[in-house]
Design a protein around this ligand. Sequence first.
Ligand SMILES: C=C(CC[C@@H](C)[C@H]1CC[C@H]2C3=CC[C@H]4[C@H](C)[C@@H](O)CC[C@]4(C)[C@H]3CC[C@]12C)C(C)C
Ligand SMILES: C[S@@+](CC[C@H](N)C(=O)[O-])C[C@H]1O[C@@H](n2cnc3c(N)ncnc32)[C@H](O)[C@@H]1O
Length: 391
Amino acid sequence: MGGDNTPLSNTLASVLDNLSTTSSGTLFGIVAATGIVAATGFALTFGQAEVKGKAATELLKGTSLREDEVKEHWEEYDKYFQQNAGEGVDEKQKAPKLVDTFYNLVTDIYEWGWGQSFHFSPAIPGKSHKDATRAHETMIADLLELKPGQKVLDVGCGVGGPMRAVASYSQAHVTGITINDYQVKRALHHNEKAGLKDLCTVVQGNFLHMPFEKESFDAAYSCEATCHAPKLTDVYKEIFGMLKPGGLYVSYEWVKTPKYDKLNPEHVRIVDAICYGDALPEMRTYLEIVDAAKEVGFEVVEERDLALPPAGPWWKRLKMGRLAYYRNHVIVSILSFLGLAPAGTTEVHEMLYKTAISLVEGGETGVFTPMHLLLCRKPETQETPAVAASA
Ligand SMILES: C=C(CC[C@@H](C)[C@H]1CC[C@H]2C3=CC[C@H]4[C@H](C)[C@@H](O)CC[C@]4(C)[C@H]3CC[C@]12C)C(C)C
Ligand SMILES: C[S@@+](CC[C@H](N)C(=O)[O-])C[C@H]1O[C@@H](n2cnc3c(N)ncnc32)[C@H](O)[C@@H]1O
């Protein structure tokens, strides 16, 4: 198994070395070699995956899931979200488990084809995706007015792209929580490599029941993560409880914009497809975000869609990547055909490809945004919030 920076061509070369020397093995070897050489040529011709988070080798057996688990997890995910997308998760307690399954399936592919930050950012003319991503992340630190030594909570931290940007930029200490155990391993590995293990902590847990001491954080943020919560007030209430009085919370939320018309079948189709391909229980409207924050007791300081002009289109990167995704599809198909990637990987990749199309449609029609900014403060002195009083 190749390490993080193993180039695809090296891995393919080692696969070739390991092919059997029996006569049927030789025939298989010739067929495989032809496929591999073609894939390598294709990969080299069309360049690397967009921002290299990891190598294609990490899609091989034995990473996030055991070989036999991928197909099984995929079928479970597909069945559930095909039936429920757009209608909300009927059984609330099922959501974290299914989201965990989803991230077992996609984490390696995300890192391979997108990088260590699992979110979008407005395109900035003349700047790379990497710079635009970092600007979107460090804006979190600015909005939270972070100071060195403060304690910050990252709600739904993924493999830690935003966490490392926020910590290195502000010198505040960031604690991330993710439901997915494999992401914890990846995040810890990246933190160590980046020399940030003293500033960044990662724990596995459910953000609907956070395993931290109450009022122990100076600030908190969530970057395109709370959209997975079946009920937004449940996660906002938890975050509210973790903050010290006066603490700020910022979130980049996935929402339906004012342009969304529930009577327009095209809008409904686009948003349902986004929910299906991104493991979302339902898509909220921008108005519901503010209501939920106020309901749990937050003062709303600012809220606006960061995707609106003059911001550059966040979906541009997805659109530009189409050729690379096709190349990735060929690589994944060859690796699966050769039995090097677990069964089910091709289906997951295809689902992501279709999701990318729906996301671009959501961006181009303007009915969806992944970056509705919500900045709120926990009041210094508290009245009993409506949700807490009725609980
Ligand atoms: C916030 C969430 C995730 C947002 C994005 C990081 C991901 C949404 C769709 C993903 C992708 C789609 C197409 C893939 C492509 C086919 C493959 O070859 C390489 C990876 C993709 C580009 C992949 C990368 C991550 C996304 C852009 C959700 C889940 C709440
Ligand atoms: C799209 S990723 C975003 C990750 C990270 N914020 C980033 O921008 O790179 C969503 C994250 O939310 C996490 N998540 C979803 N539901 C969760 C839950 N119930 N408890 C904890 N984490 C959860 C996922 O595990 C994943 O890490």
